[in-house]
Design a protein around this ligand. Structure first.
Ligand code: DUC
Ligand code: ZN
Ligand code: ZN
Length: 473
């Protein structure tokens, strides 16, 4: 089966040029001007359109149990939303629920492979550490898992102490795994949450007030210092505070291999949103902060202190007692209403997987804050490189998977829950006017999104075995 995409303007992380793309089977076979149309070839005309690699979102939580419910997108609904938003590869997190480590990987994979509609891979959370776990970590690579996540918060649940974080970093380094960090100060959070509850401060804004930015800032510096001592690379997830960008920039200026991602919510929203009557919609951890933090993070992107845009997609219904229509059936999943009257019981997390590229195109490229090439670097190529999937993913090169997006730079939409395809009842960008939107999305050569039409299938996404960490950006 051959497909030719003709006459489009190709956007890669470094170049913009006019060319045709020939797809043979699942791969890009050729890229050149005026390619001949072979026999038995489906042709798509892309004059006036942009052609980019499919997006890579390296931070999603699908079907994740939390606060007496579960994140409302599973590996089908979440990856379908991803595809409508031009993302064709996602990386989810494996919880360390039981021993051995690899059993958790195998179980999540068994669940995901029935459902995923785009390609996917996993990171492993290391939330308990002992000699047995130390022996098992290197075997993650045998299962294609090339990264581990550690936490400096969520005491008695997910947090490791500094000594164990240091040990994980050393093993990860020796094995070729990348260590990812959730940076907050778990001790301070526990004190502040208890004090807030005792004082009767129960509104959503107290979620942010009990998780201060300084805790995130010092945790980034602490982990960067640990990574220096372990001589290990470090990737800071969901950068939300301006001070975290400062610490990453400092670490990088000292020659440390420290990288970072941020997510759209940390560019557009603040504690002010948590004060609204529907403030629970913005509850995520780490929290959204201030306008000054938003601005510093934007600068962190342009000065290259941050290399990746991800989403931390972990949606919940705002009102999980009222059904929504999903593919013709009513669906209710308990959500943020579980925490009505007590911010500590609100499930933490936001929808964002499908929003990421359309919103960031308008707000980043459309506003002149980033070039189209930088957009592709941040959303496609850099995440693929850092997480061991390049050039299979995140690139337009002969031999790469034919994950391709035809993007209409002139299409204007009023965005929101109707277009987003997440399985939830709200969208943070409701009513936003966007210009530039995905028109056709191909996964390994198959057209899975054609305008508003869904052609993808549950189970057609494939697990991606990732290579050991190699590319520091
Ligand atoms: N933060 C959230 O808000 N939800 C899921 C996990 C996380 O780190
Ligand atoms: Zn996290
Ligand atoms: Zn997360």
């Amino acid at each position: 089966m051959k497909t030719l995409i003709k006459g489009g303007t190709l956007i890669t992380a470094s170049e913009t040029f006019q060319a045709d793309i020939l797809i043979e089977g699942e791969k890009i076979a050729a890229i050149a001007d005026n390619l001949q149309v072979p026999a038995d070839c489906k042709v798509y005309q892309a004059e006036g359109k942009l052609v980019m690699p499919g997006g890579v979102d390296v931070h999603v939580h699908l079907d994740l149990p939390m606060s007496n419910t579960v994140s409302s997108d599973d590996h089908y609904t979440g990856t379908k939303a991803a595809a409508f938003g031009a993302t064709t590869t996602v990386i989810d997190f494996v919880s360390q629920d039981e021993a051995p480590l690899l059993l958790n990987v195998q179980k999540l994979r068994a669940k995901a492979e029935q459902k995923a509609a785009v390609d996917y891979s996993f990171h492993m959370n290391i939330t308990r550490f002992d000699d047995q776990v130390a022996e098992e970590i290197p075997h993650l690579l045998d299962e294609g898992v090339a990264s581990v996540k550690v936490f400096t918060a969520y005491n008695n649940r997910l947090r490791l102490d500094d000594g164990n974080i240091f040990k994980v970093m050393r093993i990860a380094k020796e094995t070729g795994l990348l260590t990812m960090l959730h940076a907050e100060n778990g001790d301070v959070i526990d004190v502040l949450v208890q004090e807030a509850l005792e004082a009767g401060h129960l509104e959503p804004v107290w979620h942010a007030r009990t998780r201060p930015a300084w805790g995130a800032v010092e945790a980034v510096l602490r982990a960067a210092s640990l990574s220096a001592q372990a001589e290990a690379p470090l990737y800071v997830v969901h950068v939300n505070a301006g001070g975290e960008v400062d610490q990453i920039a400092y670490a990088r200026s000292k020659g440390l291999k420290v990288m970072g991602e941020t997510c759209p919510q940390y560019l557009f929203f603040s504690e002010e949103d948590l004060k609204k009557p529907d403030g629970a919609k913005w509850i995520c951890s780490p929290p959204v902060r201030t306008k000054a933090d938003n601005d510093r993070i934007w600068r962190g992107i342009s000065e290259d202190s941050l290399q990746v845009m991800s989403t931390d997609h972990c949606p919940f219904f705002f009102d999980g007692t009222r059904p929504i229509d999903y593919e013709g059936k009513p669906v209710t999943i308990p959500g943020k209403e579980l925490g009505k009257g007590d911010f500590t019981k609100i499930p933490n997390g936001l929808p964002g997987l499908g929003d990421r590229m359309p919103v960031m195109w308008t707000e980043g490229v459309g506003s002149g804050r980033m070039s189209a090439n930088q957009f592709v670097a941040l959303h496609c190529t850099n995440p693929a490189k850092i997480f061991g999937m390049y050039p299979q993913k995140g690139s337009l090169l002969p031999g790469s998977d034919a994950d391709i997006v035809i993007w209409d730079p002139n299409r204007e939409v009023e965005y929101g829950v109707r277009l987003a395809h997440h399985r939830t009842d709200y969208n943070l960008y409701e009513g936003w006017k966007l210009k530039g939107y995905p028109e056709k999305v191909f996964l390994r050569g198959s057209l899975i999104v054609d305008g508003a039409t869904w052609l993808g299938k549950a189970g057609s996404g494939r697990f991606i075995y990732r290579k050991p960490f190699e590319v520091f950006l």
